[in-house]
Design a protein around this ligand. Structure first.
Ligand code: SF4
Length: 348
């Protein structure tokens, strides 16, 4: 009998499941953990020993969906944890059996799908929200959530930037994987990840270009990273700044996190790269535009700073729309490379 973590949200959300999965392993080390997630994400969890098996949920393939559903319904699970509380996700739970119950967040409509429904602690960062699913089963988690320390970690108010003075994330809630030991002292690489699935969440290419120039002038090496889909954007930036290394589209998720275990820092958007850096323990500057920290998706990293502008129109969507509704994209256009470098310098 195994535990199932069913998490088919975006890569960033799946990274934020790491503290939940680490705790599940510590709580019940003798029981295998199976992760159901989107194709392409599971290898990272397998190779890092976080889980023992992966079920790829390919929502676009009818056959893939049918095979995954069969696999989910074939065996009786011990615990089933479901951090993503959409209707489509709940429907996947139909016919899934769990000895100690199927656990998710309470919604007015989801009682038929889950045996235990936890009130979602919306005031906390998402890594902690996900971990709270274990509170009805694991007494240690329930105790941690009852301490004032947890509430010190509550989401900053909408326009209050995160600085290095924030209360530290405790070890039990950390998503660091202890990659690679101490960072190489002589590695002067600063990674830039200019991509994001959502267009308005991307800081400007010109901003990344100017920042790359500032860093190169100061003797740092600059490396652009991103997925295959972000390669064109990275190529464009690399073509405008001589001396920049461009690895976009060349690394798997596992290789990217491993790469992040060396180097000085990452500058990115509110994106999956930000969470990959948190897993590697890489200092990070994240540029936030249409999203704000009170939504709960801060960098879950003790060495992170957020740069953002105070604007009445922020936030303008949970994820950030593909087009700025005002047509200005001021939240990103108004952030200069000098401001970002000023936030980065203390981390270097
Ligand atoms: S409406 Fe405001 S927050 Fe949203 S994309 Fe435009 S400038 Fe940014």
């Amino acid at each position: 009998m195994a535990h199932l973590v069913f998490q088919t949200a975006f890569p960033g959300d799946v990274f934020l499941s790491i503290p939940l999965i680490k705790r599940l392993r510590a709580f019940d080390p003798g029981t295998p953990i199976v992760l159901a997630c989107r194709p392409g994400l599971g290898d990272f969890f397998l190779l890092n020993g976080l889980v023992d098996e992966v079920i790829a949920i390919d929502k676009r393939s009818r056959t893939g969906r049918a095979q995954a559903r069969q696999r989910l319904q074939r065996e009786e699970w011990d615990l089933v944890l479901v951090p993503h509380s959409s209707v489509r996700t709940a429907l996947w739970m139909w016919g899934v059996r769990a000895r100690r119950g199927r656990v998710s967040f309470r919604k007015w409509w989801n009682a038929p799908f889950f045996d235990k429904r936890v009130v979602r602690p919306d005031h906390l960062p998402d890594a902690l929200r996900q971990m709270s699913l274990l509170a009805p089963i694991d007494n240690r988690v329930a105790e941690w959530f009852a301490t004032p320390e947890v509430h010190d970690l509550a989401n900053p108010i909408a326009q209050q930037s995160l600085s290095l003075r924030q209360p530290l994330i405790p070890d039990w809630a950390s998503m660091e994987l202890g990659y690679g030991g101490p960072m190489a002292e002589n590695d002067r690489t600063v990674f830039l990840a200019p991509g994001s699935v959502w267009a308005t969440k991307r800081w400007t290419p010109e901003g990344f270009e100017d920042l790359a120039r500032i860093l190169l002038e100061r003797g740092y090496e600059v490396e652009l990273v991103g997925s295959q889909g972000e390669k064109a954007l990275c190529d464009q930036i690399a073509s405008h700044v001589k001396g920049v290394k461009n690895s976009a589209g060349q690394t798997s998720l596992t290789q990217l996190v491993s790469r992040f275990s060396a180097g000085k820092a990452l500058v990115c958007n509110d994106s999956g790269a930000m969470h990959a850096a948190a897993a590697a323990g890489l200092p990070t500057v994240a540029v936030f535009g249409p999203t704000t920290l009170d939504l709960g998706f801060r960098p879950w990293n003790n060495h992170a700073v957020v740069v953002q502008k105070e604007l009445k129109c922020r936030p303008c969507g949970k994820h950030g729309p593909q087009k700025c509704p005002l047509g200005t994209h001021e939240c990103m256009q108004s952030i200069s490379a000098k401001e970002v470098y000023a936030a980065l310098e203390p981390l270097l």
